[in-house]
Ligand binder design. Structure first.
Ligand SMILES: CSC[C@H]1O[C@H](OP(=O)(O)O)[C@H](O)[C@@H]1O
Length: 385
């Protein structure tokens, strides 16, 4: 089955997502999503015929990754509109499926606004549904274009930050084609470096507890032919100490107006290690991940997930679900677990934020706001050429 996945990944063209597609069927449109919980061993496709099914896929991380959540949310609103479900109610369900990645609410809101505008303009339900789907497709294409521009800006930044030969880059969680209309965010920069012959090594944090690094990034790196090495999250410190890391590249789920970055748990310790070892810590995210309405990192809601994700080692066996109690217990029965899905890195520990509109370094409120306004050249607010 993994070969099928490899084949679908090999077909990743800008604007195509191996992990999600809209499909017109005789019984009506559906969203076909790749169950990322089952990768890399199995390629299992879930067919979402309604919004509750998509919400469940998002909550269980069958569908995951900030940019993809925005795209899936928009298509979910379109599914509701085309199938005649209550669009407002569906939009609320989708927007609240997971709290931290701002992209989800952004994608849902964009599609909902397109639907409501069409109705205000006097279009019938069918035409309003078509306008909603068109907005979801536009968001999808924009993400693919953003991914390519982030890769370009990020490669230029790496060349400045790491003079000389190749880059040894450490990454965390999964930020590749599985979560994007293109090649992803941070992983897209690594891919550009690889194609330029400048990626000496990609260090891949396994990313406990759900192992997005070991299961997804390692697989994407292998498929791309990158020189990569998997490591346990707690081995990162000794890797920095050995001088083997030239830069950290990570994604983001929400960036507050002050430049605080919410990302997969384990990102903040990497930022502290990077600072201590004088290694650039670079965040790569589309401007749809910047939330100027959230003033500081302390205002970002960090999703707290179920303890069983920590107390059980769940490698989903073929045909099974990833339900509590189906994993191999790695802690005494009844053990309590602290399981935040994300942490927040303060802006002073972030070397640069790379978006499709340019790079801000150092990270400033003004520079971030400028990037959200559109493509930028150098400015006094930390925006780099
Ligand atoms: C392209 S950024 C993806 C972002 O989302 C991941 O979270 P999750 O796997 O829980 O959806 C992680 O924070 C990544 O950096």
């Amino acid at each position: 089955m993994a070969d099928q996945f490899a084949a679908s990944m090999a077909s990743v063209e800008p604007g195509s997502i191996p992990s999600l597609r809209w499909e017109e069927r005789p019984e009506g449109p559906v969203l076909v999503v790749l169950d990322q919980r089952r990768l890399p061993a199995e390629e299992v496709q879930l067919v979402c015929t309604d919004v509750p099914a998509l919400v469940d896929a998002i909550r269980t991380l069958a569908v995951r990754g900030a940019p993809l959540l925005g795209i899936a949310g928009a298509y979910g609103v379109a599914l509701a509109a085309v199938r005649g479900f209550d669009v407002a109610e569906s939009a609320e369900l989708l927007a609240h499926a997971r709290p931290t990645a701002v992209n989800l609410a952004y994608g849902v809101q964009r599609a909902r606004a397109a639907y409501e505008k069409a109705l205000r303009d006097g279009l019938g339900p069918g035409q309003a549904a078509a306008a909603t789907l068109a907005e979801a497709r536009a968001l999808h294409r924009e993400d693919a274009e953003a991914s390519a521009r982030m890769a370009e800006h990020g490669l230029g930044l790496l060349a400045e930050l790491v003079p000389g030969g190749g880059f040894r880059v450490l990454t965390h969680c999964n930020t590749g084609a599985l979560v994007s209309g293109g090649e992803g965010t941070a992983f897209a920069v690594a891919g550009a470096a690889h194609r330029a012959g400048r990626l000496r090594r990609l260090w891949v944090d396994e990313t406990r507890p759900l192992l997005q690094g070991a299961r997804l990034t390692a697989y994407e790196a292998a498929r791309a032919g990158m020189a990569y090495t998997l490591l346990t999250d707690n081995a990162a410190g000794s890797l920095f100490a050995s001088g083997e890391v030239d830069a950290v590249l990570i994604g983001a789920d929400r960036i507050a107006a002050d430049g605080s970055v919410a990302n997969k748990v384990g990102s903040y310790p990497l930022a502290v290690l990077a600072r201590y070892h004088h290694v650039p810590f670079v965040v790569v995210a589309p401007v749809s991940t910047v939330d100027l309405s959230t003033a500081t990192g302390s205002a970002i809601e960090v999703e707290q997930r179920a303890g069983h994700e920590v107390t059980e080692f769940t490698v989903v066996p073929p045909g099974a679900g990833a339900e509590p109690g189906t994993g191999v217990p790695v802690a005494p029965l009844g053990a309590q677990a602290y399981n935040p899905a994300f942490d927040v890195t303060p802006p002073e520990l972030v070397t640069a934020i790379v978006t499709e509109n340019g790079v801000v370094s150092p990270v400033t409120r003004a520079g971030l706001a400028e990037l959200c306004a559109g493509p930028q050249q150098g400015s006094g607010n930390g925006i780099r050429e």
